[in-house]
Design a binder for this molecule. Structure first.
Ligand code: DON
Length: 571
């Protein structure tokens, strides 16, 4: 399925950028199409932006493997999808290589050395979420560039080839869509407020669809990374620019923090669901464990017979979500700093016990599971990409700046946005973060600690081979969405496209409310209301899931979420 998203440009610009269009369809970045679904034989990439998917595809076609393509796609996203694609943030990669080796790479941001537990607490004891959510003080030490280089040891092509599409897109620019123009226009006042120098994202007048965004400073930063490797970011001029920006804006990241940053390979969080093996991200992501808990709590309950979106199925899944998220708040955090009882809370008998209080047709009030504060939600932005190649290397990456456009602070002279990931810590016990999530000791701020995440890049294997490669943005809704996408396919027998596109719902224990996505069936909502469920504000869209399903004949079915400009590419 193709959605035209072509832009009229002057012939001069079109011609000047044509060499960039190293794609199957001979498109230039100035004239691209959004492909929502495709079937491919030799390789597929699906990401939040068509130009990024094309960058990944071009690498596969040059002989790169799925890891190479995932690196190139992330770098391109850092240019064409500044909401969430980044070099100033962090992320996770879960992969299975063709030889069966499984990887879980953690390049989540870390709290700077000068960070401390009460850094967002004002003199009167209140927690200042403005400071944890915007501006210089909200940024953790970025991990993305270290992550890309750590991943690259499993790639085949030279890094300079992988970064080339991103450099070209930054240097020569790309045409923005209506959604991107809207995003940049909405951002303008924040950009003015939180920047010490004028970034490329600020334009005199309004951005509109078809405008070209050129990012010269970012291109130069990417060239330093190309020429000097990881040190092109964590040392030398880029590090100097980051530290100077911190000093101008009262942030904490120091040269030492940057030099000390390392990405970390971890043991994936693995579990079995019926005949499928699920491979997910361990701490400091809550994603793998939450998915484990939620799937195991429904495994023996014949959910397929209840029917998709039936009140019974939605109620069961809601209660399962509530229980898992109560555990998230109490127990989960960076396991390098806090002893997370992963084994205990994923143990079958523990989960059976956890469901003892479940009553079909009746809500379990959250305050009877665990006490805590209640809060609303805000907007959200992260991005996921899924890649597979002809040899069966499968890669799922979720990466983020946290909020859309992160801290809103662009490093002066270096052209990239910094994250506001510090807000993912529990800045004060019981004070909700921007996703309404609460936490305590397990996720308290400590120097060098990684903040708890919900990002959940996930692989599902059938007989040991990749079957589903999936992930999504959406803050705390990430694990519940992946849960639903998997249940839709594995239990309700839904097509890959329907599994992604059908309306989703979300419950996270606190606030004690069920959030529905637009289009959710009214009769089910009414039935749940009668059972006693309270509803949060309906959401226009929940997440942006990127899914690749390997069909029985070995072909790849790639689904880009309809909820954004997301696009698939393959050959
Ligand atoms: O790591 C996390 O859980 C959040 N920082 C993710 C943010 C996010 O997904 C925003 N996206 N829509």
């Amino acid at each position: 399925m193709k959605y035209a998203a072509c832009f009229l440009v002057t012939t001069a610009l079109f011609v000047c950028l044509l060499p960039l269009g190293a794609t199957t369809q001979q498109q230039s970045p100035f004239q691209y199409q959004i492909e929502k679904t495709l079937i491919a034989k030799r390789g597929a990439v699906v990401s939040a932006h068509p130009l990024a998917s094309q960058a990944g595809l071009s690498i596969l076609q040059k002989g790169g493997n799925a890891i190479d393509a995932a690196i190139a796609t992330q770098l391109a996203l850092a240019v064409v999808y500044p909401n969430a694609g980044n070099i100033g943030g962090g992320g996770f990669m879960v992969a299975q290589l063709k030889n069966g080796k499984q990887l879980a790479l953690d390049y989540r941001e870390k709290a700077p050395a000068k960070a401390h537990r009460d850094m967002y607490i004002e003199a009167d004891g209140t927690a200042n979420t403005d400071k944890s959510q915007q501006g210089h003080l909200s940024s953790g030490v970025p991990g993305t560039v270290a992550g890309l280089f750590a991943a690259h040891q499993y790639g085949k092509l030279p890094f300079k080839l992988l970064i080339a599409p991103a450099i070209a897109l930054a240097e020569k620019g790309f045409v923005i869509t209506a959604a991107e123009a809207r995003g940049l226009n909405n951002l303008k006042s924040d950009l003015k407020k939180y920047n010490t120098q004028t970034p490329a994202f600020i334009k005199d007048g309004e951005w509109k669809a078809g405008d070209t965004l050129v990012q010269t400073d970012l291109a130069n930063t990417l060239k330093r990374i190309r020429d000097n490797g990881q040190a092109g970011f964590y040392a030398g001029p880029t590090a100097d620019l980051i530290v100077a920006e911190m000093q101008r804006g009262g942030g904490l990241i120091s040269k030492e923090d940057l030099l000390a940053y390392t990405a970390q390979y971890r043991e994936p969080h693995r579990f079995q669901y019926k005949e499928y093996s699920v491979v997910g991200m361990p701490m400091p992501s809550s994603g793998g464990v939450l998915l484990h808990q939620m799937l195991k709590m429904i495994e023996d309950r014949s959910i397929a017979s209840m029917g998709f979106h039936s009140p019974d199925a939605v109620q069961l899944m809601t209660e399962v979500m509530r229980r898992a998220y109560a555990d998230r708040a109490a127990y989960m955090g960076d396991a390098d700093f806090y002893k997370v009882p992963v084994k205990q809370i994923t143990d079958d008998s523990y989960l059976t016990q956890r469901m003892k209080s479940f009553v079909a047709g009746k809500p379990t009030p959250s305050n009877e599971l665990q006490p805590g504060a209640v809060a609303g939600y805000e907007s959200e932005e992260t991005t996921h990409l899924s890649v597979i190649d002809k040899n069966g290397n499968a890669v799922a990456v979720t990466t983020t700046l946290n909020n859309s456009y992160g801290s809103r602070t662009v490093v002066g002279g270096a052209g990239f946005l910094l994250n506001d990931e510090m807000d993912d810590f529990s800045i004060k016990p019981g004070v909700p973060n921007m996703f309404g999530a609460v936490g305590g000791e397990a996720n308290a701020i400590q120097p060098g600690k990684r903040m708890l995440s919900s990002m959940a890049p996930t692989l599902v294997l059938k007989k040991g081979k990749p079957y589903l490669i999936v992930g999504t943005p959406g803050g705390t809704t990430i694990p519940t969405q992946i849960f639903q996408t998997l249940v839709n396919i594995l239990e309700f027998g839904m097509s890959a496209q329907d599994a992604v596109y059908k309306p989703k719902f979300h419950h996270q224990w606190l606030p004690d409310e069920l959030v529905l996505e637009k289009g959710f069936p009214d009769n089910t909502k009414t039935a749940l209301q009668k059972m006693g469920y309270k509803f949060g504000k309906e959401r226009g869209g929940i997440g942006r899931t990127e899914l690749i399903l390997v069909r029985p004949d070995g072909r790849f079915e790639a689904i880009a979420d309809k909820r954004g400009d997301d696009s698939a590419a393959g050959y």
